[in-house]
Design a binder for this molecule. Structure first.
Ligand code: ATP
Ligand code: MG
Ligand code: MG
Ligand code: MG
Length: 467
């Protein structure tokens, strides 16, 4: 059955509501009282206070569809079939209530009975030491046990530093034709982007202490996350998330505006997908109160917007155009997110201002950049030059990186960071603060922290990139 994205969202929430879950609305993308996180990147992220016991949840069982942004996936976007910077994560959560015994059969029930996905397309993974989960899959569902694979920590164990953590079990959809017999076959199919992970069931059963011991939690939790776009890709029988109903409409708009056909040229397709994807993130970020800036979240927004604008240029389109794409985003998402529609005018105003600003500096910046490239001997682009572009023309580092990479070069990142730090010290000195003892609650400290979080994210990009 071909279900729309909106129908899948509804079916999921209804399914868990019937299983006595309290339905929560999506939280905004900007985390509240959580300095460890720049933007909400999973359904559980805004629910952390319930998991840690700081707050009492409205119910021990909660379900939601959460807006998420993962900038760490930015290099994957447009290149894999399954990554977006903005996506919606369906989830159900147990705060010390039900556990593996319940969630594994429920997940299977939802996928095979409610959505009626063909069992011959499905695979499950468990953490290699988690015999309990393996046995539940084997005994409490009718999955063929040969289709359950055991994977290591990297894929099937969730933890961040110390604190609650645990193994997970994931459900995958296979659209390839090669037979999948071994774990190696499974991994190879994932690498070919033919095996799509769509649902992660996390069993938070340990509390990791400072010494690295995993102590069993008295009341273990459940945290699951299913990518709505990935499920829509499966239900609508299309090849990638960019072809589902809500995204197709945006892709069509990009091709209409730029006059480029989709599916004709690989590099152009990537640009088209990047624009469509980033337009969603831009609209939702501004809608949730983020403004373009050179720090923290504002920098994420600026970077996405400038990147989308530049890919317009890559496609040969020189005029302002982002708001036309934003209008397609409104069409796709206005019904599910009436707030977004309400803020439409405001969003368009910000997009317009920022895009204009970028256009004004882009030509001059490009000229400078190309001049620098000419001066460069070897394949390392100077960090000082990258900083100059950032400082003078507002070129996000990653934009310069991308253009430089197209020329087969890379940036001296260490030198760039040094310049960046020096500038910060100067700014601090100018404000009359000591570098290490800024007053704890000043907004600037929060922002600096945020931007350092951003940069770690970016520097670990290569680890995140999967294909
Ligand atoms: P992948 O291995 O494909 O990058 P992940 O393991 O990083 O996914 P999880 O952190 O387990 O993803 O998140 C739970 C679910 O959210 C995933 O199973 C997937 O359906 C969805 N998801 C994760 N990242 C993205 C993304 N960038 N775009 C769209 N959906 C995503
Ligand atoms: Mg990932
Ligand atoms: Mg994964
Ligand atoms: Mg996962």
């Amino acid at each position: 059955e071909k279900l729309t994205t909106n129908e899948i969202r509804q079916k999921y929430l209804d399914f868990f509501k019937e299983k006595e879950h309290y339905v929560m609305e999506s939280f905004p993308l900007v985390p509240k009282d959580d300095k460890s996180l720049l933007l909400i990147n999973a359904g559980m992220a805004p629910l952390k206070p319930y998991f840690t016991g700081v707050k009492v949840p409205p119910s021990k069982r909660v379900t939601s569809c959460q807006k998420c942004i993962r900038t760490g996936d930015i290099d994957n976007v447009g290149r894999t079939k399954r990554h977006a910077t903005f996506f919606e994560m369906l989830g159900n959560f147990s705060f010390g209530d039900y556990f593996k015994e319940e969630i594994i059969p429920w997940a299977w029930e939802f996928v095979t009975e409610v959505l009626k996905i063909d069992k011959s397309k499905l695979y499950a993974t468990v953490y290699f030491e988690d015999d309990e989960a393996f046995e539940i899959w084997k005994n409490k569902t009718d999955i063929n046990p040969d289709r359950i694979f055991r994977l290591g920590k990297e894929d099937n164990f969730w933890e961040i530093g110390v604190g609650p953590c645990g193994p997970c079990s994931e459900i995958h959809y296979y659209k390839g034709t090669d037979e999948i017999k071994t774990t190696d076959d499974f991994i190879a199919a994932s690498d070919r982007d033919e095996m799509t992970e769509f649902w992660n069931l996390v069993f938070t059963q340990f509390d990791k202490d400072e010494e690295g011991n995993y102590n069993l939690l008295a009341n273990p939790n459940i945290d699951t996350g299913m990518g709505l776009e990935r499920m829509a890709t499966i239900m609508q029988g299309v090849d990638s998330i960019f072809e589902i109903d809500v995204l197709k409409n945006i892709i069509d708009k990009v091709t209409e505006v730029t006059g480029k056909a989709y599916g004709k040229n690989k590099a152009e397709d990537v640009s088209i997908r990047i624009i469509a994807d980033h337009a969603k993130s831009i609209a939702f970020l501004i809608g949730d109160g983020v403004l373009p800036s050179n720090e923290g979240r504002g920098y994420v927004l600026r970077r996405l917007l400038r990147r989308a604008a530049r890919h317009g240029r890559v496609l040969g389109h020189k005029k302002l155009f982002l708001n036309q794409i934003i209008s397609a985003v409104m069409e796709s998402y206005g019904k599910a997110y009436p707030d977004l529609l309400e803020r439409r005018e405001y969003i368009e105003k910000i997009v317009d201002l920022e895009e204009k600003k970028f256009h004004e500096t882009l030509d001059a910046g490009m000229e400078m950049l190309l001049g620098f490239v000419e001066e460069t001997e070897g394949d390392t682009f100077s960090g000082e030059h990258a900083f100059k572009l950032y400082d003078t023309y507002g070129f996000p580092l990653e934009l310069t990186e991308e253009i430089i990479a197209e020329k087969g070069m890379k940036i001296d990142l260490e030198a760039f960071r040094k310049e960046m730090n020096d500038q910060r010290q100067r700014a601090r000195a100018a404000r009359g603060e000591s570098s290490y003892m800024g007053s704890e609650n000043s907004g600037i400290d929060v922002l600096e922290e945020a931007v350092s979080t951003t940069f770690t994210g970016y520097s670990s990009l290569s680890d995140d990139a999967e294909i």
